[in-house]
Design a protein around this ligand. Structure first.
Ligand SMILES: [Zn+2]
Ligand SMILES: [Zn+2]
Length: 140
């Protein structure tokens, strides 16, 4: 993790609840998008008491503070990951072993977003794009 982000986390930590701090720590350690359900299980293992509503509220507030990103895959779950503003990326999701990898695209979707603005006069402020398939191992 770059120093920048670490400072950001620790400065916010001061006014953080234990749950909020724990959530940030988990997300920075695990480095993949997690559902509230998965976060609950990890917190329980750490013997931190929390319920879904508390976690959801904390995550929403972290989102507002640009500390976490929401990620959507091909299911009903919302997942959360630590926000690294300088590294906008997408995900490669293996349908067989469920492994998730980050991927940064060259030029990303800037061209398409420009075209959308041109054609539809629609100003894109955010996009989600995830790739589903088979990882190297699962292709064997
Ligand atoms: Zn796989
Ligand atoms: Zn993108």
């Amino acid at each position: 993790m770059e120093k920048n982000k670490q400072n950001k986390i620790s400065s916010i930590k001061e006014r953080n609840t234990p749950i909020r701090t724990a959530l940030l720590e988990i997300l920075s350690k695990i480095k993949k998008p997690l559902t509230t359900q998965e976060l609950l299980l990890i917190l329980a293992k750490k013997e931190i008491k929390a319920n879904k509503t508390t976690i959801y509220r904390q995550l929403e507030s972290l989102k507002e503070n640009n500390m976490v990103n929401e990620v959507h895959f091909n299911d009903r779950n919302t997942r959360y990951e630590l926000n690294s503003k300088d590294t906008h990326h997408h995900h490669l999701i293996c349908k067989k072993c469920k492994k998730i990898e980050d991927i940064t695209l060259l030029e990303d979707l800037q061209y398409q977003e420009k075209m959308i603005l041109k054609k539809s006069k629609f100003k894109v402020t955010q996009h989600f794009l995830e790739f589903f398939g088979l990882c190297k191992n699962c292709q064997k």
